[in-house]
Design a binder for this molecule. Structure first.
Ligand code: SAH
Length: 347
């Protein structure tokens, strides 16, 4: 019999299962607390009887997320390569900011979206992560680094809104008061623009920050670099963003990777600021990171500065994102899950 993934279950669901197993209801909360403290086995749940621990291990499984390798940057950023129960590998990045620790986690093994500047798409798509594997990345990193994470960004490998049900369940679990208790205001979800799902998410009115990978001011440039734009264009995407802002009262964060000669011209900034007019928005500019085979060049510091100035004079707030972990290829778009030599890990 296939064992049930208990870590992806809500407290209510565990209670129901336990009741039908003839276990006392309060056991559910006890087990839930252990799981969300990050224990890897029932054996470690020392306030349960030996017999109960054996019974649970026969019926349920806690999906493992183990450190396979890690790299530590000069700035303290740690890039983890994690190994999952079926041998698949994913990456997460732990970053230290003045306000605390932030972790960038993956939501899929690989990605289907194929953005031309991103390394993850190059290795194709393998599978969705379950909620337990998303939680596991945070917990395993916390234990390994001996820190407590206060912010989570769903910006690693994969497209979160292409794994919608599991991501929603993850959000419910990670913010649960008996679990990790990380509030929605401390979580960001980054999407390439799966418009249908943005509407659905908006209607849930979660206090989550929506980060939208825009990277272009118009369809001509965006369709060239991001195939998803051929399904939902810039106008449709921005309409969904306005709806999200209206429903949630939250400002939208737009990601814009600056690629020399492709999307970093002054007229692009003017067009962008016109499109974002009237929307509570913030633009994060990121000089595009090197990914082998793309041929893209980072924009110059001067182009970045000009871009910010034009956006701001158009009434749009913008900042140039500080790059962390660039010496260990831990920056945006450089995560590439398949474990094979030459992907940046030593040893
Ligand atoms: N699929 C989601 C989240 C994962 S990608 C999304 O598209 O938003 C995380 C962020 O890194 C996205 O904004 C993505 O567009 C960006 N990114 C990908 N490759 C990059 C590169 N080479 N340089 C800079 N940013 C990149």
């Amino acid at each position: 019999m296939e064992k049930t993934d208990i870590k992806s279950m809500t407290l209510d669901e565990i209670e129901k299962h336990f009741q039908s197993d003839g276990l006392q209801k309060f056991r559910a909360k006890q087990v839930f607390r252990w799981i969300h403290r990050g224990v890897g086995s029932f054996e470690e749940m020392t306030d349960l009887s030996k017999a109960l621990r054996i019974q649970l291990a026969q019926q349920y499984v806690i999906p493992p997320v183990k450190v396979l390798q890690k790299r530590v940057s000069r700035d303290g950023t740690i890039k983890y390569l994690f190994r999952l129960g079926d041998g698949e590998c994913i990456e997460s990045v732990l970053m230290c900011y003045h306000h605390g620790y932030s972790i960038c986690i993956s939501t899929q093994v690989g990605c289907k979206m194929n953005c031309s500047f991103c390394a993850t798409g190059q290795s194709g798509f393998s599978r969705n992560l379950c909620p337990a594997e998303m939680l596991g990345q945070i917990q395993t990193a916390q234990v390994d680094a001996g820190v407590r994470v206060s912010n989570v960004v769903l910006m690693g490998m994969g497209e979160p809104l292409d794994n919608y049900e599991n991501v929603l369940r993850f959000l419910e679990l990670v913010s649960h008061p008996e679990g990790m208790n990380i509030g929605m205001r401390h979580i960001s979800l980054s999407t390439c623009g799966i418009v249908d799902r943005i509407y659905e998410l908006a209607d849930r009115k979660l206090q989550l920050t929506l980060s939208v990978s825009l990277h272009a001011p118009n369809d001509e440039i965006r369709s060239r670099t991001m195939p998803v734009n051929r399904r939902w264009n810039v106008a449709q995407l921005l309409k969904a963003c306005r709806y999200y802002a209206k429903q949630t009262g939250r400002r939208i964060s737009f990601e814009y990777a600056m690629i020399g000669g492709v999307n970093d011209m002054e007229w692009c900034a003017r067009e962008l600021s016109r499109s974002l007019r009237g929307m509570p928005a913030h633009v994060n500019l990121i000089p595009v990171n090197d990914v082998t085979g793309t041929g893209y060049q980072k924009s110059s510091g001067e182009a970045l500065k000009r871009f910010v100035d034009v956006l701001e004079s158009g009434g749009c707030t913008a900042t140039v994102r500080r790059t962390l972990g660039s010496d260990i290829e831990a920056s945006c778009g450089q995560l590439r899950g398949k474990y094979k030599g030459g992907n940046g890990y030593e040893g």
